[in-house]
Design a protein around this ligand. Sequence first.
Ligand SMILES: O=C(O)CCC(=O)C(=O)O
Ligand SMILES: [Fe+2]
Length: 330
Amino acid sequence: MLPILDLDDAETDPTTFRAALREAAHDHGFFYLTGHGVPGESLTEVMRLARDFFALPDEAKNEISQLQSPQFRGYSRLGGELTNGKVDWREQIDIGPERAVIPGAEGYWRLQGPNLWPSSPAGFRAAFEEWGTALSEVGLRLLRHWSVSLGAPESFFDAAFAELPATLIKVVRYPGTADSAQGVGAHKDSGVLTLLLVEPGSEGLEVETAAGSWVEVPPVEGAFIVNIGELLEVATGGYLRATRHRVRAPRPGTDRVSIPFFLNPALDEVIPIIDLPPELATASRGVETDPDNPIFSTYGENAWKSRTRAHPDVAELHHGIIPSQPVSAY
Ligand SMILES: O=C(O)CCC(=O)C(=O)O
Ligand SMILES: [Fe+2]
């Protein structure tokens, strides 16, 4: 069982909370968060909207097909995504910051642009815009506590997120299947941290707690599952761990709905590196190097790598590139 941290405790006893936060992220890279202040009704409401969207006929869902979006936004159908070069068995909507396209954009600036919002169910856009704002606040609070717990000033990461943070929300459904084990293949998240909402009762998330050893992480009602992304691993010289995880495809006749929120800095921000106090620095494992998965310290480069690999159809159609796929052992 992963640790459960209560963000309310940070108000009464920040020192104990911060130590627990640091240890959870160092030991596991994953934990449950309660006391986050996002009302239970909002959690229920975004789940309901997700369910209602996925229940629409394919034709309605494809009105916002990601193939229409050079910025990798909108709906990608079942089988439309790859992880480790293999097909993920999930359908999803990708929602990023709502901004104007940059004319003549090059490189990762091609990720900036508008979302594709479904016309049904009613209230979808407003609810998910509010969701993004609320979860950014939770994520930034956690980052400030981490900074202090690692010997840095509270505001250490603030500047990287102050303007144009490139957050990403995914609204995801994994239908049950007997044909594939891969809901989403093993990966590390490419940003800073992830707050994951999972429908109560859904199964299938597995976390690699030690090399080759996978542990099931069931949802805890009302809690977010929090995990560290590659950039926080980089920022802490590997002291905090971006843990590999995957989702097993559900059994036939069942499904899984989840809503991950990825907190990321602005596309052109280079994540600042914390100068760890000596007692922590000696416990640091260093940043994992994988020739198949280079970690770039500029967030936009990391995001471009992961978005083009995950959605090669969009990359080829809109950008004329065929991304190299990792040949992975996972
Ligand atoms: O659906 C989940 O529970 C996890 C999804 C995930 O790991 C991801 O999209 O990065
Ligand atoms: Fe993930």
